[in-house]
Design a protein around this ligand. Structure first.
Ligand SMILES: CC(C)(COP(=O)(O)OP(=O)(O)OC[C@H]1O[C@@H](n2cnc3c(N)ncnc32)[C@H](O)[C@@H]1OP(=O)(O)O)[C@@H](O)C(=O)NCCC(=O)NCCS
Length: 221
């Protein structure tokens, strides 16, 4: 699926006309490393116990690179063809990330990998749904507040409509206020709060807010 959109405030210096950008499905092979790094960096706060920051960031990106399903994503490429934004998609049979325990041990060592594996198992899973789940959305910092996030959600909605999905769903770390404002702005309403296992990292809030928006009403604003 390819959707042509235009960022109104971005204009070609030569013609003065708006420059379009495209939302496309699937991460191009040469962009997978960059996409993984963007996803890991943007969601590091939400997934801190898994990907971490600082020196752990590189390993977090490596982990995402191995765990992600590149075909289950919508991406926006910048003018040079680099990933500027991406949204993972989940169709009900597993999420955008499909971690492998052995791989986690390889990346973080026996104990570090095992702990992260348990942590992953304790991550609260959303209730069964026929909705199209947007499984993490990440816009590169230099491209934020230009409508890229909105364009990805609009493209996901078009896809959900075309495939007969009744709703769009997002699952957001309960302490990610900016993201909750973003989803609310796009017409998503909270439908559930999930409590994650706090066993291994008791001080890290693990709650998740599930937000949904029906497909078939007015399009995503
Ligand atoms: C959240 C995120 C995806 C938004 O992407 P974006 O491209 O900047 O969002 P848009 O420009 O499409 O914003 C659409 C609307 O959402 C709201 N919004 C976006 N970012 C916001 C923020 N940081 N604080 C409050 N409202 C925000 C605004 O109303 C905005 O419209 P406006 O700019 O006309 O006021 C981006 O900030 C990001 O990658 N954050 C880090 C990762 C993350 O937290 N992801 C969500 C977890 S699932």
């Amino acid at each position: 699926m390819t959707i042509e959109r235009t960022v109104p405030e971005e204009r070609s210096p030569e013609s003065g006309r708006p420059v379009g950008f495209r939302v496309q499905s699937g991460i191009p092979p040469k962009e997978r490393g960059r996409a993984a790094a963007l996803y890991a960096r943007a969601l590091a706060r939400d997934m801190a116990p898994l990907v971490g920051g600082g020196t752990n960031a590189r390993r977090g990106a490596t982990w995402v690179r191995h765990a992600m399903r590149p075909e289950s994503a919508l991406v926006i490429l910048d003018k040079r063809g680099s990933v500027a934004a991406l949204a993972g998609l989940s169709f009900g049979e597993g999420g955008f990330l499909r971690p492998d325990r052995r791989q986690m041990r390889r990346i973080w060592g026996r104990l570090g990998g095992q702990m992260r594996w348990w942590r992953w198992q304790g991550w609260p899973a959303g209730p069964e749904t026929a909705a199209l789940v947007i499984d993490g959305i990440a816009v590169a910092e230099q491209h934020r507040r230009r409508g890229f996030g909105r364009a990805l959600v609009q493209a996901a909605e078009a896809y959900a409509r075309a495939t007969g999905r009744p709703a769009l769903r997002a699952e957001i770390a309960a302490n990610n206020d900016a993201a909750i404002r973003f989803w609310s702005q796009l017409g998503f309403q909270p439908v559930a709060r999930l409590h994650g296992a706090r066993l291994l990292f008791p001080r890290i809030p693990a709650d998740v807010i599930v937000m949904e928006r029906p497909v078939g009403t007015a399009p995503v604003p």
